[in-house]
Design a protein around this ligand. Sequence first.
Ligand code: ARG
Length: 476
Amino acid sequence: MESSKNKSKLWGGRFEGQTSTLVEEFTQSLDYDSLLYAQDIAGSRAHARMLAMQGVLGSDEAMKIIAGLDQIQEEIESGNFLWNQELEDVHMNIEKRLTELIGPLGQKLHTGRSRNDQVALDFRLFTTSALTLWQEELLSLIRTFTDQARKNVDVILPGYTHLQPAQPVSLAQHLLAYVQMFKRDFERVGDALKRTKVSPLGAAALAGTTYPLDPQQVSHEVGFKDVFSNSMDAVSDRDFVLEGLFSGSVIMTHLSRFCEEIIIWSNPGFGFILLPDAYSTGSSIMPQKKNPDVAELIRGKTGSVYGRLVSLLTTMKALPLAYNRDMQEDKGPFMEAHKTVLSSLKIMTGMVSALKFDSLAMEKALKSGFLNATEMADYLTSKGMPFRQAHHVTGKLVSFAEKKGAGLEDIDLADMKKFSDLFEEDIFRVLDYKEAVNRRNTPGGTGPESIAVQIRDIGEWVDIQVKSGKCGDSLG
Ligand code: ARG
């Protein structure tokens, strides 16, 4: 087996034997952590500056180190940086290059620091950027759903339970239900962000350090507020990644639920929506087909995000304190999940804004599903009939109408009276679907007044998020 000299490795001092190429390939983490170069350099700049402020480095030394780091960032971004797998990870690749550029001074950067607290900081910075991007996309999605709701307050469709037609609702009410889910997602991500933006730098390998470091200064400089409280926890905590993956999983759950509705509604049996061409595909053999592939793929990719959450939960389970190399397996799952969550959110926003609703098909479905049966039962109850009996009488009328292939509203008053003499001419107004919706103005109900309140509240909430800039501090 090929091997390389451990002399070249930054940790090679005590090693005499050699690392095999296979082991090198197996242990390296560059595939994912080279994507952390900007965060790694930002953390190192902050560390160098803090070391100078604390008198551990001369200020001219810190300046030279920072200039070297700037040059490395430029080399990486212009594609002129030579990544070396033998050096294992992003941290050692950058440090080695720094030493090439500025000489032995480069070796001073790691004073009072370990890769254990370094990688934790890098990944906290990366996760912060990712979660902030999710929040921005969630706000766009909330706006898009709310715009569609505003345009469709007067469109009535069957609301379902058990996917069986239940009661008429406004299309706006249906769409605004998703707005509430995405609002909770935004808040959940914001909550995870609070615990992500905590700097672990200064924990060193696991026990803290003898150098007079100022962790608060580093935290402040990288855009965080808080610092770790316990060095062993700081280097072994990956809760922030797990919380990110969990929040992402719930986002995908919500997206996939709406995807399922798009898939069902676009089925000609429902015909409630016309799939936008840009978000559907045809079949290579069946010319009539228009398939909801994009919705199916978001639904399908949800599984991979869940998988990544379970993967990291399983990696972390039963790890003894403090840092363990197992934890290197945190980056792939989160980075892959991040790509999926971010692109799914973007695509959903585009797809929802392009959706066209067929209100006539929705109206037809209302009629054939007897969605005003509850209204009839409530009518009889309001005239003094006990509800159980009213339920029974209405059931008989549904069966009567079904045999005639008609809706409840099509039955003559004389026929209705055969089932109960409580029926009067005013029943027809009660059976009107629109009226049924309009009557439900209790807070959060589907009536137009309740919907207006919901739309106003969500608009105000979005404005507050945008103004407070809570989601606008992406770290690049
Ligand atoms: N590549 C490692 C990771 O991602 C960096 C930390 C390595 N630390 C160590 N002591 N081997 O976790």
